[in-house]
Ligand binder design. Structure first.
Ligand code: PHE
Length: 344
């Protein structure tokens, strides 16, 4: 944690794990009434990135950056650029143990600013040598996850016959709404910003307040806003058969996964369904794969979800337990390999 020398803002970088390799995770620029909430966010989100990379089959660990902006007006352009330079300084000081990317509140143009001062950054615009906006790829990965869930529940990956609720119409949520609508799905959409209702009108989708969309009667609920939406209190009120979406850290408490399972609701962990962006960016920028090969890896999320559902059935558990097991096996094996190498 540093107080940015240029911006004066708290810059928090959480490196949760490097067991599988360099830690990666986006840079969140968000308002917090207390910077300690930003610290909690960074730590929790970085742990999610460790799981995301492990289950996604990436040779990377998890991290996260939070620029904790106090409540009040949005940052002006100069202070924002200063904060991004401050982030670059902290990342540079970590010597390659962590690389960042976009997240809530930041975009490829911001990655270009960071990239002027450190090479440990993903998703700068193409003309700056990066893989650009990751949100279409995150959305593609969510769609792959949704197809796998629907194949399991209805015997068909066709989303056109399904009813879905999308809670949050940010970058990823908007891509999802457009694509699902194009496939003929019946949609209820929602956002805290009432202006987003224009998108519902354009797509002919239903509009609801966030709580209404969360508890709508649908095949699949798609959380696509900030985390913590799956609380103990909301579980009894849910009327969906399954939940899969891109919002990070959806569970307000870890135990909610068990409550969902008890209610017979299939929850695909956020770190599984939301991995498309990071899988794509790393395939292109680290492994130098072409866009087709990178997109094919994103589609692999469908196989991962299929495997988790199958494992859950076979062992009488749920996809969340199966995903944690898979992550822990991969992380454990990497830790043992590292220990072995360092022994004399
Ligand atoms: N915001 C992305 C996520 O949560 C982070 C990311 C995307 C990091 C692309 C690197 C590259 O997964």
């Amino acid at each position: 944690m540093r107080t940015g020398s240029r911006s004066g803002l708290p810059v928090i970088v959480a490196v949760h794990s490097t067991a599988l390799g360099q830690a990666v995770g986006g840079c969140r620029l968000w308002h917090y009434s207390d910077w300690r909430d930003g610290l909690d966010d960074a730590v929790r989100l970085s742990a999610g990135m460790t799981l995301k990379c492990a289950v996604g089959g990436l040779g990377n660990g998890g991290g996260k950056t939070v620029i904790a902006v106090p409540d009040g007006p949005r940052l002006g352009a100069a202070r924002r650029a200063a904060a991004l330079r401050d982030v670059a300084d902290v990342i540079e000081s970590l010597g390659g143990r962590y690389a960042t990317g976009p997240d809530v509140g930041t975009a490829p143009a911001d990655m270009a600013v960071i990239g002027e001062h450190t090479r440990h950054v993903f998703c700068a615009p193409a003309q700056r040598g990066g893989s650009g906006d990751s949100s279409p790829h995150t959305a593609a990965g969510v769609i792959a996850a949704l197809r796998a869930v629907c194949t399991r529940m209805h015997g068909s990956p066709d989303l056109g016959r399904r009813k879905l609720a999308i809670v949050g119409l940010g970058n990823v949520g908007t891509h999802l709404a457009r694509q699902l609508s194009a496939e003929g799905a019946s949609l209820v959409v929602s956002d805290i910003d009432p202006r987003k209702q224009a998108l519902a009108r354009e797509l002919g989708a239903g509009w609801a307040k966030p709580q209404g969309a969360m508890t709508a009667q649908v095949d699949v609920l798609v959380p696509a806003a900030l985390g913590g939406v799956l609380t103990r209190q909301i579980v009894p009120r849910l009327r969906c058969a399954a939940i899969a979406g891109p919002a990070n850290n959806q569970l307000a408490e870890p135990d909610v996964a068990r409550l969902l399972h008890q209610r017979g609701i299939v929850w695909i962990p956020d770190y599984v369904a939301s991995a498309g962006g990071v899988i794509y960016a790393l395939a292109v920028e680290l492994r130098k794969q072409d866009p087709q090969a990178a997109s094919a890896r994103v589609q692999g999320i469908a196989d991962t979800v299929g495997l988790l559902l199958h494992t859950a059935d076979r062992t009488g558990s749920d996809p969340a337990t199966a995903a944690l097991d898979l992550a822990q096996r991969r992380l454990g094996a990497a830790t043992r390999r590292a220990r072995h190498r360092s022994e004399p």
